[in-house]
Design a protein around this ligand. Structure first.
Ligand code: HEC
Length: 344
């Protein structure tokens, strides 16, 4: 199943499929407007009040006790069975589901042993139970914020990427690491590698904002990195608003799993077409546990797949081609005491 096909070619064909899906479902794929996280909440709350009170009283989400997945199924039913899709677009529905998911019962209430108050813990397998972890926090606010990190260019030869740390434009997010790579080719990647740590089982989160990029702007979390040309990346493509898990072995890129940004649909329903990622800050989460990889975009789990032959390695922030992006609050929990090994 290995192909040396470029990511761009794979994306182009996937985008074409998406276009067909749009036509078939006649659901317009509209991008959502930009927002900072705080404005987000007020906006989404207003969106929820407006859209979900059109046919019945506004449900009281705190009284329902639904998990995010259950809200996904409920909202999906509104869209398909009761034709709410006439007035609620897929991106709006996805936003509402994320919002309603925040009322999900906390893991500790439903599943003893879950991390208390962990809003990501929608599924018992997503929670680490009684396992000690070593946590690394890269919030780029220290005196030498890039000291433990190595900026590396990989893929097709090209100039080195430029990583700079500065106060984020929007102000509210504090210090952010910003990568720019104006002259990169699509199969050239920028990595910011955590130089010190190496391990197998980990839980990684990072906030990111894609600012620009000529071809397929995309960001990701690289892991299992044994050298700059061998790793796996959980990557989010801006144009598709999707997540993919891609193994990189030199010029050979193998897509292990790829999903569009869809609602958590119940089995047997048609996926909604890819939707461009809204401008602004988003969150990626990667969980690697005993060779099983799970990936989230903005609290929606998109990736869940076994990674045969996974042997661990280092972690890195990742961008594709000429992407300019900002990152902050990069947190790595290592669940099998990371070994300290220098980058080869
Ligand atoms: C186009 C009309 C319409 C819109 C818009 C709509 N609903 Fe509904 N909803 C219904 C109908 C019809 C029912 C089923 C009859 C009932 O229970 O009143 C229902 C029932 C429900 C129920 C109770 C059943 C259950 O599964 O718990 C919930 C909760 C709900 N809707 C949530 C929502 C949310 C959230 C939204 C906004 C995303 C929404 N609805 C928007 C028509 C709509």
């Amino acid at each position: 199943m290995k192909t040396a096909r470029s990511l761009v070619a794979a994306l182009a064909s996937f985008a074409a499929l998406g276009a067909v899906a749009v036509a078939a479902l006649t659901i317009p794929a509209r991008p959502v407007t930009a927002e900072a996280p705080k404005a987000d909440l007020t906006q989404v709350k207003a969106l929820y009040s407006e859209k979900c009170s059109a046919c019945h009283n506004l449900p009281k989400p705190e009284e329902k006790g639904y998990t995010q997945a259950e809200w996904g199924r409920t909202v999906n039913q509104m869209l398909t069975k009761y034709h709410a899709s006439d007035s609620i677009s897929p991106p709006q529905a996805a936003q509402i589901v994320s919002y309603l998911g925040t009322f999900a019962p906390k893991a500790d209430a439903r599943r003893p042993g879950g991390k208390i108050g962990d809003p990501w813990a929608t599924d018992s397998v997503d929670v680490w139970m009684d396992v000690p972890s070593v946590t690394r926090v890269f919030n780029f606010a220290s005196a030498s914020p890039l000291a433990a990190l190595s900026p590396i260019g990989s893929g097709t030869p090209g100039p080195a990427p430029s990583w700079l740390v500065s106060m984020d434009k929007a102000g509210a997010n504090g210090m952010a690491a910003r990568v720019s790579a104006p002259s990169f080719r699509p199969d050239r990647f920028a990595l910011l590698v955590d130089r010190a740590d190496t391990g197998r089982n980990l839980d990684v989160r990072v906030r990111f904002r894609i600012e620009s990029g000529k071809v397929s702007p995309a960001v990701g979390l690289a892991f299992g990195l044994t050298d700059p040309e061998h790793y796996t990346v959980l990557r989010c493509n801006q144009a598709l608003g999707d997540l993919a898990l891609i193994q990189i072995a030199g010029a050979v890129h193998t897509t292990v799993q790829q999903t569009s940004l869809i609602l958590p649909l119940s089995a047997g329903t048609d996926p909604i077409s890819p939707t461009p990622l809204a401008p602004g800050w988003h969150t990626l989460r990667l969980l690697v546990k005993d060779g099983q990889v799970r990936g989230w975009l903005d609290m929606q789990k998109r990736i869940n797949v076994a990674l045969p032959g996974y042997a661990g390695g280092k972690v890195a922030l990742w961008t594709q081609g000429s992407t300019t992006a900002a990152f902050h609050d990069w947190i790595v929990d290592w669940y099998d005491a990371p070994k300290t090994a220098p980058l080869s």
